[in-house]
Design a binder for this molecule. Sequence first.
Ligand SMILES: *[C@@H]1O[C@H](CO)[C@@H](O)[C@H](O)[C@H]1NC(C)=O
Ligand SMILES: *[C@@H]1O[C@H](CO)[C@@H](O)[C@H](O)[C@H]1NC(C)=O
Ligand SMILES: *[C@@H]1O[C@H](CO)[C@@H](O)[C@H](O)[C@H]1NC(C)=O
Ligand SMILES: *[C@@H]1O[C@H](CO)[C@@H](O)[C@H](O)[C@H]1NC(C)=O
Ligand SMILES: *[C@@H]1O[C@H](CO)[C@@H](O)[C@H](O)[C@H]1NC(C)=O
Ligand SMILES: *[C@@H]1O[C@H](CO)[C@@H](O)[C@H](O)[C@H]1NC(C)=O
Ligand SMILES: CC(=O)N[C@H]1CO[C@H](CO)[C@@H](O)[C@@H]1O
Length: 480
Amino acid sequence: MDFSAGGLCKTLLMFAVVFYFTFISLFTQYPKCPPSDFFSPFRQNLTISESISTNKSDSTPSSSSINSPTNLSHLVFGLVGSEKAWHYRKAYIQSWWRPNITRGFLLLDRPPTRKLLPWSPMSPPYRISDDLTKFLNKTDVTPHRIVNGIWETYREDHENMRWLVMGDDDSIFFLDNIIDVLQKYDHTKYYYIGGHSEFVLSNYLFSFSQGFGGAGFILSYPLAKALAEDMENCLKRYSHLIAADQTTMSCIADFGLNLTPLDGIHQLDFRGDISGFLSSHPKFPLMSLHHFDMVAPIFPSMNRFQSTRHLMKAANADQSRMLQQTICYHRESNWSFSIAWGYSAHIYENIIPRSVLQYPIETFKTWLKSPGPPHYMFNTRLPSRNPCEAPHIFFFENVQQTAESNETVTSYRRARRRGLPPCFFSGGHSADHISKITVVSPMAKRAQIDRRSECCDVVRVDRNKAKVKFKECVTNEIIA
Ligand SMILES: *[C@@H]1O[C@H](CO)[C@@H](O)[C@H](O)[C@H]1NC(C)=O
Ligand SMILES: *[C@@H]1O[C@H](CO)[C@@H](O)[C@H](O)[C@H]1NC(C)=O
Ligand SMILES: *[C@@H]1O[C@H](CO)[C@@H](O)[C@H](O)[C@H]1NC(C)=O
Ligand SMILES: *[C@@H]1O[C@H](CO)[C@@H](O)[C@H](O)[C@H]1NC(C)=O
Ligand SMILES: *[C@@H]1O[C@H](CO)[C@@H](O)[C@H](O)[C@H]1NC(C)=O
Ligand SMILES: *[C@@H]1O[C@H](CO)[C@@H](O)[C@H](O)[C@H]1NC(C)=O
Ligand SMILES: CC(=O)N[C@H]1CO[C@H](CO)[C@@H](O)[C@@H]1O
């Protein structure tokens, strides 16, 4: 959801009005609703799902398939787009969509023009969204169309669906990680999984309780069904709201549910160079990235689409390590290495603790003009020209996997000269001569996705190269 910086005051005002009406309507309407009417469908369906999940001894085929591990066939995607933008945004979706394997639909506002036909088999199949103008008696129904996408996707395909994933036509999803994360949740229970905005003000203006739709949000089957079947009421109930994600959140809240926010789902409400953010990703599997149109290309000397495809090269080799920050030290020269696997590698000419390196360097700008800090939902480091604080920066170049050695080797190439003298405080060991870093990691995907980071050793530093090897941390190993 975009709104211009100039319109901030107007937006604030609008939201004040919207919240006022929401507040009023909450307190005037709901007491009139017979409570049984309002909650009984929810209760009833909860009971059904509970009985399924608790009756584990039941060995009918339907029950065993309910307990089998979640895989890609259980996910259905609803991607809301527009015909106009699809001409170029299809490149984002095609970078991760697996034709004939990923289930789901692209929901377009109008039929594709001849230029898009015949429809590419590499794209998700498309459907044309319902016209809601008569139903809502409104001319601009864009936010409602987005919400109604939940129903439109559900009605097309929900057989054996466990999770409904809603996103935009420029949402980039990391399917293997999404599956790994969802396997930890019971799909027969009610779940509304999503992500906050990184920009504090976006959460404040829209809601801290909503999943931002561009980053993608995920509904478990019972919730998707309940919401889809209640869609007409939902749209009517909140027809005064002007933001889709807020409408979705409001309707879900009425089922008694709150957001489960996850750290791997990224709206990317930034402007400019987001390399600092991507280089200090939180310790959580990367699930989605959004707003690639709004930020600078993430790799130097590549455009946005090339950058997306390049990032996916690493993701296709090993999603479990994607962007995961791994830190180790080279004592002989007092250097710190910080690797954001598949994206970047940094060398600092100083020993800097992990507690500091976990903060992104603020290479990016705020999404909107922000009156003052806090701008972000995390701490940042300011870019520095101090040779003891400024990293040498390398970007992902290549990935290779060799079955004999069971290893994945990624390489990272220096982006530009740092243009600073060495850090004298730590011994004056310049890293200017390093032009490439290779990182060796196990080929097996990392299973312990939500606990500690991996450890690493700097195994070699020679004339122009450095080599880093990942390993599991020894019990209670201190990375310092
Ligand atoms: C659980 O399974 C048993 C037998 O398999 C069945 O008799 C019982 O009704 C089931 N309970 C529920 C709550 O479905
Ligand atoms: C996914 O799980 C279902 C069982 O729910 C199974 O029938 C199917 O073969 C699995 N698909 C893959 C690709 O593993
Ligand atoms: C998808 O499946 C259809 C029919 O089974 C086939 O004709 C088509 O070539 C497949 N597309 C891709 C990209 O594999
Ligand atoms: C539709 O909206 C217009 C203007 O807001 C109003 O005059 C008209 O009565 C509405 N029609 C219906 C059917 O609600
Ligand atoms: C590769 O790794 C897998 C699992 O980590 C292991 O089972 C296999 O024996 C390894 N193969 C070689 C050649 O080391
Ligand atoms: C590392 O830096 C410390 C000061 O922080 C210094 O005392 C030490 O001699 C340096 N080690 C090397 C090998 O330069
Ligand atoms: C809200 C909701 O989805 N309610 C459904 C619960 O399940 C019954 C059937 O058992 C449906 O009729 C309700 O619509």
